[in-house]
Design a binder for this molecule. Structure first.
Ligand code: GN1
Ligand code: MG
Length: 354
């Protein structure tokens, strides 16, 4: 985030903001890219982003997908505000700075705010509904029209293998520290073999369907937009449902260290499915409807694996705020996963009843 403000100004002006009275606010929520909200004195605002090109190796494809999704969703009755991409001076929707960093921008959706954690059951239902509408809108977009910007993104078997490699090659002290978690994950990962055998339809999905990626209207307090379209690519609806459970049904932030505070709450789950399922019901294939809850198992265990592998390797992937941050995140996800395992029959009954 240590970019000199003058460079940000040049970029903001290049993406079409007037030069007068520019102001910059770092938006620190993301784990991967660097993001700023840039305003000008005449009132317009854009979101300016430096893409992490170690993670997104073909950032032009991220931008191409964004444009494709934007054009497609404009034709769909989602009722949601959309992220309009901004063109650079030359008409492309991105630019490189002199240091070779990749930048892109989109319009800020005015009068909105973000939220890291759900505050009420109504908010959970409304967020599930908005993701349902968004995904419903994407269902008519063919996966062949969208780039796979991160190959094997939700290939949990590869992720498990990467964890096994990290346990072998990672920082020895960290590998010792994480031995119980490694053993637990090893015992659970046969789930992923079962998942690969399911004939899941490939669809264009969001792939990061967490509450932090929803904007709420300042007037109505209702969710009005789904943001962070970087990982929209071919994948499975189960993953998006899993991320919703991971972020909306938990009682604590993703990096809460105290296990006593981390729970998967049945009422929250019921609120999520009440919002999400009616939007999606007639679009889901039977194999998807039947295995939605497995999507939560998949994504929560996979997320624990990803955080843990990163910890073992010395945190090359996720931004961290302190030394054990990724270990804390991994343990947090494993708490959720254990509760998911024990509450699965109850949660499945809730799903069956909607
Ligand atoms: C990353 O940067 P952010 O917060 O949008 C990650 C997601 C994880 C998420 C965990 C490209 O998303 O897959 O689920 O962190 N994005 C990428 O909160 O790896
Ligand atoms: Mg994301």
């Amino acid at each position: 985030m240590g970019k000199p403000i003058t460079d940000l100004a040049t970029l903001a002006i290049g993406f079409g903001l007037p030069a007068e009275g520019l102001n910059f606010q770092a938006l620190g929520g993301g784990h991967i890219n660097d993001t700023w909200l840039v305003g000008s004195s005449e009132g317009s605002k854009i979101v300016l982003q430096r893409i992490n090109t170690t993670v997104f190796r073909h950032p032009e494809q991220v931008v191409a997908n964004h444009l494709r999704v934007f054009e497609h969703l404009q034709t769909q009755p989602t009722g949601l505000a959309l992220l309009a991409p901004r063109a650079w001076q030359n008409g492309a929707f991105y630019t490189y700075d002199p240091a070779g960093h990749f930048w892109r921008a989109c319009d800020f959706i005015p009068q909105t705010f973000g939220c890291e954690q759900a505050e009420s059951l109504d908010q959970i239902s409304a967020t599930g509904q908005v993701f349902g509408r968004f995904l419903r809108g994407l269902i008519t977009l063919s996966p062949v029209d969208v780039f796979t910007t991160i190959p094997h993104f939700h290939n949990a078997i590869r992720r498990s293998r990467a964890l096994a490699d990290a346990a072998f090659q990672g920082l020895p002290q960290r590998c010792r520290e994480a031995a119980p978690e490694l053993a637990y994950i090893r015992a659970e990962q046969s789930l992923f073999v079962f998942l690969t055998r399911l004939p899941l339809p490939e669809r264009v999905v969001h792939n990061d369907a967490k509450i932090a990626n929803v904007l709420f209207s300042q007037d109505s307090r209702q969710p009005c937009a789904v943001i962070d379209w970087d990982t929209i690519m071919p994948g499975s609806i189960l993953c998006d449902f899993g991320d919703m459970v991971r972020s909306l049904v938990t009682t604590a932030a993703e990096d809460e260290p105290d296990p006593a505070k981390i729970h998967l709450d049945e009422e929250r789950f019921a609120a999520l499915v009440k919002g999400f399922i009616p939007e999606m019901r007639d679009a889901l294939a039977p194999v998807e409807g039947k295995h939605l809850l497995l999507g939560a198992h998949w994504i929560i265990l996979e997320q624990a694996i990803r955080f843990l592998a990163d910890y073992l390797l010395g945190d090359p992937y996720y931004k961290t705020a302190y030394a054990d941050h990724n270990l804390v995140r991994a343990r947090n996800q494993l708490c959720l996963y254990r509760e998911l395992r024990s509450k699965a029959p109850v949660l499945q009954r809730i799903l069956d009843a909607v």
